[in-house]
Design a protein. Structure first.
Length: 295
């Protein structure tokens, strides 16, 4: 069974890749070296990213801030730097670091399509688990199912992000990620393998996935799957996010532009919006009987 389009991904790449190469999908790939891989992180104790850039190219992606530190001529979603020495560097680092919780991954999707070829995130997870670290996975890719063989029976939680229950909106905001149905299947299969599971509903998009109907659907899906932990997140005005969100709205829902501007940039409006959303999130969770799983 294959989980990625590995062959088609590299149809246009030659066997040796000394310089930038372009995938069949038009993503520029550069092989680079890193000096460190595991970083201290606010979400867990550590996080790691084997890739700079993410082929999923989500319209609201916060990881765009990476371009401040790693400037690229290509737009977000159209480049990936591959840290080909990631596993070697990680093995060296974990010999000196105390075990802790590791978030995979904080600035890219570790299971984005290139991972089918490079297998770096897989190897890093294997090393971390063998060294006694706990790994918390968050992905929008079904490729993570490839790695159930090394994850099952270990100290791992498999989580997926779901922004909207509507497949059409998911395809618009997250053009290269797995479908919502596939992400739910990841949770089901992880659960069937005995692993703890989690779902991040976020960022909840005003008037698109934060409506009462959408919240009811999201929490009912979480209840159906029997997911162990549920987080929610609001859309945040992080650097470089707004231009990309505007682009999507201009194309598909120009009537919402002003509403988004207020929710994101008017402090009072934002505070009121978040309080109200929090109330409705708890209500929807209660109706589906999963309040105790809200993180
Ligand atoms: S999957 Fe995550 S890291 Fe990748 S583009 Fe989407 S939001 Fe950004």
């Amino acid at each position: 069974m294959t989980y990625g389009n590995e062959a088609s991904l590299f149809d246009s790449l030659d066997g040796h890749r000394p310089g930038p190469q372009v995938t069949a999908d038009g993503v520029t790939v550069r092989e680079v070296s890193c000096k460190t891989l595991l970083n201290r992180c606010g979400i867990g104790d550590y996080s790691f990213n084997c890739y700079v850039g993410c082929m999923h190219g989500c319209g609201y992606c916060y990881a765009r801030y990476m371009q401040r530190f790693h400037p690229h001529a290509e737009e977000w979603g159209r480049f990936v730097d591959v840290k080909v020495n990631a596993a070697v560097v990680l093995a060296r680092q974990i010999r000196r670091l105390p075990p802790g919780d590791v978030f995979a991954c904080s600035a890219c999707d570790g299971w984005q399509p290139l991972e089918a070829h490079y297998r770096l995130t897989r190897e890093c997870c294997r090393l971390l688990l063998a060294a006694g670290f706990h790994v918390d996975i968050l992905t929008k890719s079904r490729l993570v199912l490839r790695d159930l063989d090394i994850l099952a029976g270990r100290d791992v939680r498999v989580g997926v992000t779901i922004t909207t229950p509507d497949e059409r909106w998911a395809a618009i905001w997250e053009p290269a990620a797995a479908s919502v149905a596939e992400r739910l299947d990841v949770l089901r299969q992880a659960k069937a393998s005995g692993l703890a599971t989690a779902v991040m509903f976020g960022p909840l998009l005003p008037e698109i996935s934060d409506t009462d109907a959408a919240l009811a659907r999201l929490f009912s899906l979480a209840a159906d799957v029997g997911v162990d932990k549920i987080w929610t997140d609001t859309l945040n005005p992080r650097p470089r996010v707004w231009p990309s969100v505007q682009e999507v709205l201009r194309r598909y829902r120009p009537d919402l532009l002003e509403h988004y501007r207020r929710v994101l940039f008017d402090r009072d409006c934002r505070r009121a919006y978040r309080q109200e959303l929090d109330r409705r999130v708890h209500e929807a969770a209660a109706v589906s009987g999963v309040s105790d799983r809200l993180g």
